[in-house]
Design a protein around this ligand. Sequence first.
Ligand SMILES: [Zn+2]
Ligand SMILES: [Zn+2]
Length: 344
Amino acid sequence: MKAAILKEIEKLEIEEIKIPEPKETEILIKVKSCAVCGTDIKVYHYGHKHIVFPRVTGHELSGIIVKVGKNVEGYKEGDKVVVAPAIPCGRCYYCRKGQQTMCDNLKAIGYHYDGGFAEYMLIPENAVLNGCVNKIPDNLSFEIACLAEPLACVINGQDLSGIETGDIVLILGAGPIGILHALLAKINGAGKIILADTSSERIDEAKFADCILLDMNKVEIYEEVKKITDGHMADKVIVAVGNKQAQEISLKLVAKRGSINFFGGLPKESPYIQFDSNLLHYGEFFVVGTHGSTPLQNRIAIELLSSGRINVEKIITHKLPLEKIKEGFEIVESKKGLKVLILP
Ligand SMILES: [Zn+2]
Ligand SMILES: [Zn+2]
């Protein structure tokens, strides 16, 4: 089979390798679609503490089951599936509390295990046993279904942000994740949704999201949010970019008793921001951070996509064969487009 193998930092090669053989407790899938995530680009340039090279990356994927280990129950050849890539252990304190994103022994596809930028992929035993393999309903294409992964992360974010009916929700960053936040906030009952970005192109591309768009090149964000909200500011702010300035400004954009979610992480060599703690003291707002998602949130994402309540078709701007994966990475990195799918 063909696989895109990351041999070392910035050395990605398409190679012919043996199709893996599933053990008794594993499943083999033919990968149908694997979206490029911002994290894939980060890993390509800087590596990752959980990745030992060589590794096949890619964790936003869908496929069809081609082989099932003889001790696997509940799945059969021909099932169309998505795989929640973060695999909880099911036994630790956090897993038992239902907070699997915080699992002490979390393992991930595309990091500890080979991922979806290949023609075939093994699903490890722990993923099968812990509900990470979710079947795709018939009305959903593989291409749409693979976006269940980023949507599940967005669901996790909004669960922790605690979005309530009528809330004014402000999202900083109009990339694919920011747009997913806007689409989800709508069905979560937000009263007003504002999506802001420093890139005019991104604002242009986000027009279909049906919310208030703020081009930060053209307006001063604090004044504009103040105007739109009658001075109240945003009940819930979601910082959907890994950017210090965005995190710092969010402290001034949140309403009293509101919440801010640092959804995007900062580079590990420079994680500190200026935080005016008096704003928090007097504003009594909450600051949360979120990353990843649980197998259940992945299931919920699939259901939202299947019901048509969240339509991600316009987020997919590029589809490329595995051979053109580097081109796909360049598109994501240059922010010229939204989601790039690799179809192995
Ligand atoms: Zn991702
Ligand atoms: Zn655990």
